[in-house]
Write a protein that binds this ligand. Structure first.
Ligand SMILES: Nc1ncnc2c1ncn2[C@@H]1O[C@H](COP(=O)(O)OP(=O)(O)OP(=O)(O)O)[C@@H](O)[C@H]1O
Ligand SMILES: O=C(O)[C@H](O)CO
Ligand SMILES: [Mg+2]
Length: 417
């Protein structure tokens, strides 16, 4: 029984991820853009950058005369005609992020008046598209980003800070490109699809205030020096007039496709939320509470059922193990449902990389914790040490997809028979 549940769960995940791959989304939405000039410069940033750029090139062909792609290491899939392809550091920017970004700006500065800009944006863009603001060094950015990523701050909070430390975020890229028109196609990995947060909104007006920024610094006890403090006080550009944005994919869509596939496989689907953003291990426990209620009283939906959620949880990393938010969520679920039969649960990053690991997430059931105990290991220590990658590896519960080419947050699916 578990075997079938697991197979079904994997089918649902595959279907959902395949349905939000960027190619179709880019091609369909390009039809909505009315370019006014005959030449297009393409700039594509983020984890999905290569595939989005390739799809745009297939669709617009030689109308795209030049372009640059900036993606994460190993996410570039070869040459694309007329394009420069760069790979750089993620989730913390490195010198290749800066080199590629500098090059992008240089290319844009040299474009003649016949060009408009097609800007393809996907999650991960914040780390990959980066040029430090005057008075800020790459070291500063690396240090502050790394503090923020471990602090439990959510992506909107993290990006509020990133925007101020950068010359290209928070609408500054649009200002740099002015008066060229920018058409942005955005694959959203931010809950609620907030355009000023996705990849730190390079071409979108920053909605955060200086007050917000210092509240975040205080709330998460981020250590900054006086030079950085001065930079953080500077306002972002307002009145950006040369950009148009279209959202072309999101976690909501991924959840809807998961529901569709679950139904097709005979499960009653229920969508809990597309905005899950609490602490990962709390979310795991909450899902376990729901699973127990379901098993006991067929509530909130009749079995067999698929209970689905989308979102992006946070982890306050305190230990020195390896893992990611999906692995931690799935593992904490497993701890709560040890020994219970006929349930399978997965939490997965649609981009295929959960945290700094080669896994997309975890897929767990009532036997997961037993397997760990049978090896004489203590299941709780892994969680305490944020070492859920190793815990899931020991229990054959890692979910690996490899880089998927898309990036629309995380999905959680609970199947109960
Ligand atoms: N050992 C660990 N256990 C659990 N979570 C971890 C661990 N180490 C890092 N993380 C979490 O992994 C997150 C970064 O992973 P990941 O690359 O999947 O982020 P992402 O949100 O997909 O990136 P982006 O938003 O730039 O696309 C960090 O926010 C951090 O909280
Ligand atoms: O790059 C980023 O800032 C995150 O992935 C959110 O878009
Ligand atoms: Mg990820």
């Amino acid at each position: 029984m578990i075997k079938i549940l697991k197979e079904d769960l994997k089918k649902i995940i595959d279907y959902s991820i395949n349905s939000v791959l960027p190619e179709n989304a880019v091609k369909e939405n390009l039809k909505k853009i009315e370019f006014k000039k005959n030449k297009v410069f393409l700039i594509s940033i983020g984890k999905a950058a290569w595939r989005m750029a390739n799809a745009a090139k297939e669709e617009l062909k030689d109308k795209i005369q030049k372009g640059i792609v900036i993606t994460k290491y190993d996410y570039g899939l070869g040459n694309i005609k007329n394009m420069e392809i760069y790979e750089a550091g993620h989730p913390i920017p490195d010198k290749n992020s800066l080199k590629a970004t500098k090059r992008a700006i240089e290319l844009i500065k040299n474009l003649d008046d016949d060009y408009e800009i097609l800007f393809l944006v996907s999650g991960g863009g914040s780390a990959l598209f980066e040029l430090p603001e005057n008075g800020v060094t790459l070291d500063d950015i690396q240090n502050i980003t790394s503090q923020l990523l471990k602090s439990g701050a959510d992506i909107e909070e993290i990006n509020a800070i990133r925007k101020r430390l950068s010359k290209v975020k928070g609408g500054k890229f649009a200002k740099l490109s002015y008066p060229k028109q920018i058409y942005a196609l955005v694959l959203s990995d931010v809950l609620g699809d907030k355009l000023d947060s996705i990849a730190s909104g390079p071409a979108y007006t920053d909605k955060t205030t200086t007050n917000d920024v210092f509240n975040i610094i205080k709330k998460y006890d981020i250590k900054i020096n006086t030079e950085i403090k001065k930079v953080l006080e500077k306002e972002r550009p307002k009145n950006i007039s040369n950009t148009k944005h279209i959202i072309i994919g999101s976690v909501k869509l991924a959840c809807e496709y998961a529901m569709q596939k679950a139904k097709e496989l005979g499960y009653n689907p229920l969508l809990l939320t597309t905005m899950l953003n609490c602490e990962a291990k709390e979310a795991g426990r909450f899902f376990a509470n729901i699973a127990k209620e379901e098993i006991k009283s067929n509530n909130p939906i009749k079995k067999p059922c698929a209970i689905i959620a989308g979102g992006e949880t946070v982890v306050m990393v305190k230990g020195n193990g390896i893992g990611g938010r999906n692995q931690e969520l799935a593992y904490s679920f497993a701890i709560e449902i040890e020994g219970i039969e006929n349930i399978v649960f997965a939490s997965v990053g649609t981009d295929g990389t959960d945290g700094p690991t080669d896994a997309a997430g975890g897929i767990v059931d009532g036997d997961t914790i037993k397997k760990i105990k049978n090896k004489g290991l203590d299941p709780l220590i892994f969680l305490e040490n944020n070492d859920t990658y190793n815990a899931l590896e020991e229990s054959e519960s890692l979910l690996k997809t490899g880089p998927t080419g898309t990036n629309v947050n995380d999905i959680m699916i609970l199947l109960i028979n």
